[in-house]
Design a protein around this ligand. Structure first.
Ligand code: ADP
Length: 272
């Protein structure tokens, strides 16, 4: 079957993360579709909707959350109780591999077991301090990190991010199949860079095509949580560490993120 991936049939005991009420995973098939931008803005949207929110950057090979959230170069401190104290920005508790690397240009060259150990610490050895939501920005694809997290911790739902292009959609199918295989509820797909609104005419242009994401969503029996326009300002603000939900709350993009935040909240909380 399209999207089916081989996987060991092992039963894992799933653990909760101390100090965290609900966990949302954000995954994608490919890199570059805007997964980290979406993770950050969803965390901010959930926080604006009255929640205590954390964001764990588990994209350990390419941590971009510190830049997007404007805290590049920050370093994690450890409390007296030997717990990692998250970096706080825009009311979000942040933990990222980026806070442990000497500089942005240093690649992560650790092998599997060390990475897994670091990831486990970045999740369990943190003073999360009673979060309503922890959003986890996964690496792209269906590798070790995704599987380990999906099989070992209690997760309320996963969200997949794609652009409406064939190349991105082909890979997001696999990511979706992986979550479904490990029985994590897929809350839905977010279509990023769905269209461009011409600033002169206000007309919408579907640069990568229209309708492909809904074909994928119906084939996999999942919802489209929302469509985010392609807006050059999003990239510009991200590069400056000023997420659009904070900086331009009245923009079309920010409104789309808030609307998605509301849907995620409703879907997750109705299952409780
Ligand atoms: P990923 O985490 O999937 O690799 P990023 O979130 O790092 O992707 O985004 C890749 C690039 O695309 C970044 O420069 C980001 O600012 C930009 N980007 C993401 N979403 C949008 C959007 N809706 N409009 C314009 N640029 C975007």
């Amino acid at each position: 079957m399209d999207g089916q991936i081989p996987m060991q049939e092992t039963v894992f005991a799933k653990r909760s993360v101390p100090g965290v009420k609900r966990i949302i995973l954000v995954g994608s098939g490919k890199g570059g579709v805007g997964k980290s931008t979406v993770s950050a803005n969803i965390a901010l949207a959930l926080s604006k909707l009255n929640g205590k929110v954390g964001l764990l950057d588990a994209d350990i090979y390419g941590p971009s959350i510190p830049k997007i959230m404007g805290v590049e170069g920050s370093r994690l401190q450890v409390s007296e109780k030997n717990k990692i104290i998250p970096i706080s920005k825009y009311n979000i508790s942040l933990v990222s591999m980026g806070f442990l690397l000497p500089s942005e240009d240093v690649p992560v060259i650790w092998r599997g077991p060390m990475l897994m150990k670091a990831l486990t610490q970045m999740l369990f050895d943190v003073d999360w301090n009673d979060l309503d939501y922890l959003v986890i920005d996964l690496p792209p694809g269906t590798g070790d990190v995704q599987l380990t997290l999906a099989q070992t911790i209690k997760i309320n739902g996963a969200v997949v991010v794609t652009t409406p292009q064939d190349v991105a959609l082909a890979d997001v199918r696999k990511a979706t199949a992986m979550f479904q295989k490990v029985e994590i509820p897929v809350l839905g797909v977010i279509e990023n860079m769905a269209y461009f609104i011409c600033p002169d005419s206000g007309k919408k242009y579907y640069i990568f095509g229209k309708g492909k994401t809904s074909e994928f969503a119906s084939a996999y029996g999942i919802k489209i949580l929302g469509s985010i326009p392609l807006d050059p300002e999003v990239a510009e603000l991200s590069d400056k560490g000023k997420p659009v939900v904070i900086e331009k709350p009245d923009s079309e993009v920010a409104k789309a993120f808030i609307a998605i935040g509301k849907i995620i909240k409703e879907l997750v909380e109705k299952e409780e």
